[in-house]
Design a protein around this ligand. Structure first.
Ligand code: NAP
Ligand code: 3JN
Length: 338
């Protein structure tokens, strides 16, 4: 019988945690024992995994005895505090938070782009999952970069509320219901009403006027695709439940025609080309939701520069943007390194 791996999910009751369990199951990950961890608030609740009812336990420093792989998605503070305990107990951590992403001893991995970086997990026992907005962008841009050397990226995002977790999904649903019934909407999660609105703020502001989310896209893209790529980002929260969309403009060192870009993207791992404007076919959040592929379309030459392209890139932020990417990393880890 082939080896089974004991897996802990930290943040199992959250929006990402739920997708982690689905992905492990759907992809037939060889799970031996599964441990579901969350805060004290959820301890004692039961969640289902592969037809079995499993009790949620409170996350503590002793949670990781006998665990081979710990998938973290309970926020940066928990990752910072508890990943070292998991590693000490013998687990490899795959972390969805920003806590370790820019640590030079922690690989930041998107399997379609830099799977070889996983080998670097040995330094600290931790592998970082990039931010969801970065993941879908680099999956789509990698084949174009390999062919034509991207020099500069200008990206604007249209991010679903599920990126903020379960409370934000409830906030959009409740606000939409209240407003459609002529009642005032209360905002608790976001600084303003999100229903029927767009908020040009994701996370808090940095001293340079950009938000942390925007700077994550800039810095993570460099770490994954190479320091030569300059990125500038504007991140916007939109009243969509699932699926982040991105308008991406690239300037390349070498000329790339629309036809060449389409051919490259058609063959690219993890990408689905949806680009038939005559038929009004292009990537949409409602089509990406629940899927693992990164959808790419609206490919046009940027006629304002010598070598430029515009693209529209959409993916499910909870799946490829978080859970699927983490489970893909775990698959490579067990196949090649454990
Ligand atoms: P969520 O729906 O709000 O869920 C948060 C999860 O964290 C819940 O399971 C919660 O447990 C747990 N948690 C909170 N405080 C805790 C504590 N003190 N001890 C143990 N567990 C605690 O949020 P989410 O959307 O799943 O996101 C969770 C995290 O994943 C984010 O904070 C972020 O770091 C990361 N994330 C990454 C990406 C990405 O782009 N890769 C995307 C989304 C999220 P309770 O239910 O007990 O409160
Ligand atoms: O807002 C989104 O669409 C993605 C959010 C990701 C997120 C939310 C809370 C904390 C992160 C992240 O993955 O960067 C973090 C964090 O860990 O800093």
């Amino acid at each position: 019988m082939s080896r089974l791996f004991n897996v802990a999910i930290v943040g199992a009751t959250g929006a990402v945690g739920a997708q982690m369990m689905e992905c492990l199951d759907e992809r037939d990950f060889p799970v031996g024992k599964i441990k579901l961890l969350a805060s004290k608030r959820s301890a004692g609740e039961f969640l289902e995994f592969r037809g079995e009812s499993i009790e949620v336990e409170e996350l503590t420093h002793d949670s990781f005895k006998g665990i081979d792989i710990a998938l973290f998605s309970a926020g940066g503070a928990r990752s910072e505090e508890f990943c070292p305990s998991a590693v000490k107990a013998g687990a490899v951590c795959i972390d969805n938070s920003s806590a370790w992403r820019m640590d030079e001893d922690v690989p930041l991995v998107v399997p379609e782009v830099n799977p070889e970086a996983i080998a670097g997990f040995r330094k600290k026992g931790i592998i970082a999952n990039p931010n969801c907005s970065t993941i879908q962008m680099v999956v789509a841009l990698k084949p174009l970069h390999d062919a034509a050397a991207i020099k500069r990226i200008v990206v604007s995002t249209y991010q679903a509320v599920s990126g903020t977790g379960n409370k934000a999904i409830d906030e959009l649903r409740i606000q939409a219901g209240e407003l459609l019934n002529g009642r005032p909407a209360e905002n608790k999660v976001y600084p303003h009403q999100i229903a029927f609105n767009c908020l040009p703020q994701i996370d808090s502001f940095c001293d340079n006027g950009y938000t942390k989310e925007e700077m994550k896209m800039v810095n993570e893209t460099k770490k994954i695709m190479g320091a030569a790529i300059k990125t500038t980002a504007t991140c916007v929260r939109v009243p969509v439940f699932f699926g982040h969309s991105e308008s991406v403009n690239i300037e390349t060192g070498k000329k790339l025609t629309v036809a060449e870009a389409r051919t490259l993207l058609k063959a690219a791992p993890g990408v689905e080309l949806v680009d038939d404007p005559e038929e009004s076919e292009y990537p949409m959040a409602i089509d990406a939701a629940g899927e693992d592929a990164t959808l790419v379309g609206r490919i046009r030459e940027d006629e304002s520069v010598e070598n430029g392209l515009n693209l529209w890139i959409v993916a499910d932020n909870l799946r490829k943007g978080a859970a699927t990417n983490a489970v893909q990393i775990a698959e490579i880890l067990i196949e090649k390194y454990l």
